[in-house]
Design a binder for this molecule. Structure first.
Ligand SMILES: O=P(O)(O)OC[C@H]1O[C@H](OP(=O)(O)O)[C@H](O)[C@@H]1O
Ligand SMILES: O=c1cc[nH]c(=O)[nH]1
Length: 513
């Protein structure tokens, strides 16, 4: 054990930085853990070690921001730093890598160490990869869900029922939450909606809502705002509601994957923690969606329902069309603009309105607010009457945004490129993954003005030279990258269009000299 003086490293990362000499004295290497002890305050915090020869001198150790959230230290504090044993959770991750089943205690150990920032990014990635490749069975998913709930805070409301919705994502342009939450809240149900940022897509609901209002709140604030406005749309990652969730999603995002067992746990843990009684789950089905066939969709629906049963939550699932994007806009500001325009009274785009009303209608029927088969009408009346718009303004205001915002205020990036139809014909294919990839290249979801506007959708007629879609970016170099990606991926096909030209010497081996 050695005594070291602290330096706070204002970097949003976990762990500590030790001078190599101190690391040797303690007996640790890069990737090991130390225990940081502050006897007078009864603090014992474990942290992941990085070493340096130059950045910090011997006697001083750096504490990254996330680890300091637990230590609450300032520059110059003195701590005893000693070797910590390798966390047992690493053995359980290895067990999953070997395709063995984890029990409740093992799963809890992994989740606790993720939440406490004891596991390194590499170890968390290994857990995700092992779960993605080997799968989790229903018991393991229940353990994961329970652990995610238990390692965070839960909300407690003065009255019930609490309603909720969630989409498994995977279809671009899925901005339905921005319509469903105000419709449900305007219909008299409480809906404390926590969302993720983008996982496989170009804009998660938390990214979208952030264009209208702050989305980072404590659990207490989420409960207070929901009591006041009837609904909120916040980022789950900031709330300490199922905090493991976004720490896992962080490492799924670069791979554009959503491991099935983790997805079920991620969605349901958030519902359990907010105290939801009834939930509708949107499962988009399509060739390039997370679920590719209706059979697979029904199987996933049964799993969501069973998981809900195990926690006393009533779940209904809606298998929805996931073959093409929802609406015409992909990317943060474009999507928010489209959703607001519907709240403001536009009857376009039909696919967005139909899907949102259908799901909101299911919630009204589940809650007994509407008779069976009448939920859609109730949702439609709330939308058409402007009550949903007023409620959305209330939600924006309670979250600290500008409730006077109009759809036209949401701006696209200043750089744009229009892709025109090379032939007359019908749009016969739209590749979701390619569209997402292009939108991400253009800067989505980070750059709120980046994205794609689809002038035509699948099945529509287009004339040669008419725009098929426009790419928007906030930075010129990003637009160029997105154009290159579009040329390579060809996300929209018009019948009769040349897909590629293969030269006559394509197959020939190089000429012998
Ligand atoms: O990025 P992909 O994988 O498409 O999906 C992620 C989105 O799907 C869910 O939507 P919601 O919160 O139900 O609106 C998540 O919370 C997240 O916003
Ligand atoms: O919230 C969500 C939605 C989809 N997939 C997840 O893992 N979490």
């Amino acid at each position: 054990m050695v005594k070291l003086e602290s330096r706070i490293l204002d970097i949003d990362y976990q762990g500590v930085v030790l001078n190599i000499e101190d690391a040797r004295k303690i007996g640790v290497l890069d990737g090991d853990r130390v225990q940081i002890v502050r006897g007078d305050k009864g603090l014992f915090v474990q942290a992941f070690v990085v070493t340096t020869k130059t950045i910090l001198p011997p006697g001083i150790f750096g504490i990254y921001h996330k680890t300091n959230e637990r230590l609450n230290s300032k520059d110059g504090d003195t701590f005893e730093v000693r070797h910590a044993d390798r966390p047992g959770s690493i053995n359980f991750i290895k067990k999953k890598m070997d395709n063995e089943k984890l029990n409740a205690e093992e799963m809890k150990a992994i989740v606790t160490d993720i939440v406490d920032d004891i596991l390194s990014p590499g170890e968390i990635s290994a857990f995700i990869a092992a779960s993605y490749i080997n799968g989790l069975d229903m018991d393991e998913i229940e353990y994961l869900t329970r652990s995610m709930v238990q390692t965070g805070e839960s909300l407690d409301f003065s009255s019930h029922p609490i309603a909720d919705k969630h989409s498994i994502g995977g279809v671009p342009g899925n901005k339905i939450t921005l319509l469903i939450v105000p419709i449900i809240a305007a219909g008299g149900l409480k809906i404390p909606k926590t969302s993720s940022r983008a996982i496989t897509g170009a804009g998660g609901t938390a990214d979208l809502m952030e264009a209208l209002a702050p989305v980072e709140f404590s659990s207490t604030e989420v409960a207070r705002m929901t009591e006041k406005a009837g609904g909120v749309i916040v980022w789950g990652g900031a709330t300490n509601i199922a905090p493991a969730d976004d720490k896992i999603i962080l490492y799924e995002y670069p791979f554009k994957i959503d491991a099935r067992g983790q997805m079920l746990a991620s969605v349901m843990a958030k519902k359990i923690a907010v105290g939801a009684d009834l939930v509708v789950i949107d499962i988009p089905v399509g060739n390039e969606a997370k679920v590719t066939t209706p059979e697979e969709g029904r199987k996933l629906a049964r799993e969501f329902i069973e998981l809900g049963d195990r926690f006393g939550i009533r779940v209904e699932c809606a298998l929805t069309y996931g073959e093409s994007p929802v609406g015409h806009c992909i990317g943060v500001n474009l999507e928010v603009r489209e959703a607001l325009s519907v709240l403001e009274g536009s009857d376009f785009p039909h696919s967005l309105i139909q899907k949102s009303l259908t799901l909101a209608g299911i919630v009204f029927e589940m809650a007994g607010k509407a008779q069976s088969g009448k939920g859609f009408e109730m949702a439609e009346e709330i939308l058409k009457s402007g009550k949903a718009l007023s409620k959305m303004k209330e939600i924006i205001a309670v979250q600290g945004g500008n409730s006077d915002v109009k759809s036209g205020d949401l701006k696209t990036g200043e750089f744009s490129f229009e892709v025109n139809a090379p032939e007359d014909g019908y749009v016969i294919d739209m590749k979701n993954k390619a569209l997402i990839s292009i939108a991400r290249m253009a800067g989505a979801p980070h750059d709120k003005g980046a994205g794609i506007y689809l002038h035509k959708k699948r099945g529509q007629r287009i004339e040669k030279g008419e725009p098929i879609y426009t790419i928007y970016a906030e930075r010129e170099w990003r637009l160029e990258k997105a154009i290159q990606e579009a040329r390579q991926l060809m996300p929209v096909l018009v019948e009769g269009m040349l897909i590629d030209r293969v030269p006559s010497d394509y197959w020939r081996p190089p000429m012998k000299q």
